[in-house]
Design a binder for this molecule. Structure first.
Ligand SMILES: CC(C)(COP(=O)(O)OP(=O)(O)OC[C@H]1O[C@@H](n2cnc3c(N)ncnc32)[C@H](O)[C@@H]1OP(=O)(O)O)[C@@H](O)C(=O)NCCC(=O)NCCS
Length: 169
């Protein structure tokens, strides 16, 4: 039995359906002010990508958009709304997409974040991803100078790439 101070939340993840894309658009615009994501030297529109969506107590709380490129699954966007963060939903989205990649016999899952985003760099490594490359100045070149900085005011410049190798299961 949970103690009275513990709250129990129902977390769930499922593949996005056509009717979910308004919610994905809102999440993309809330976090990134657009639906186009630049990573791995190309631009993806998350409205044209498959996605997983996450609910906390049946409320849309986050999503993960991905693209399968040859033997790799690219995580293009991962967001959980601030009020739902740190309850396990981001980890659940990662587990689901990793299982999906394994079911398709892919070789690896890759993701990119920005040099300032220390919580994301922590989050992915905690889930088995390894730092694999830094594309120096890739974000600065694409988005232009960063006046206000990102996490903790750190200038946003470089794309930090992480890889989860999927060995034989
Ligand atoms: C990164 C993100 C998806 C994680 O989602 P989440 O639902 O909070 O994930 P979880 O609850 O499964 O796990 C969060 C973990 O990160 C840690 N964490 C998250 N934010 C943190 C912060 N600001 N400071 C310290 N730790 C933090 C939590 O303690 C937890 O740690 P654990 O691995 O020891 O369990 C979410 O924070 C987010 O949407 N951030 C903004 C967008 C973003 O940065 N996306 C990724 C860019 S590629």
């Amino acid at each position: 039995m949970p103690s009275p101070s513990q709250e129990i939340h129902v977390l769930s993840v499922r593949p996005a359906e056509a009717g979910d894309y308004d919610g994905i658009k809102q999440l993309a615009e809330y976090f990134w002010q657009e639906t186009e994501m630049f990573c791995f030297d190309r631009t993806y529109d998350v409205l044209a990508l498959p996605a997983l969506i996450a609910f906390r107590d049946q409320v849309l709380a986050g999503c993960l958009s991905y693209s399968i490129e040859g033997s790799e699954l690219v995580i293009v966007m991962l967001n959980v709304l601030p009020e739902h963060q740190r309850s396990g939903l981001g980890g659940k989205l990662i587990s689901w997409v990793v299982d999906l990649a394994k079911a398709k016999n892919l070789s690896r899952v890759i993701v990119a974040t920005s040099n300032d985003d220390l919580p994301a760099i922590y989050f992915y490594q905690r889930r088995g991803f390894r730092l694999s490359e830094v594309a120096a100045d890739a974000i600065a070149r694409h988005h232009g100078p960063d006046a206000s900085g990102g996490f903790a005011g750190i200038p946003v410049r470089d794309e930090v790439r992480l890889t989860l190798e999927l060995g034989p299961s």
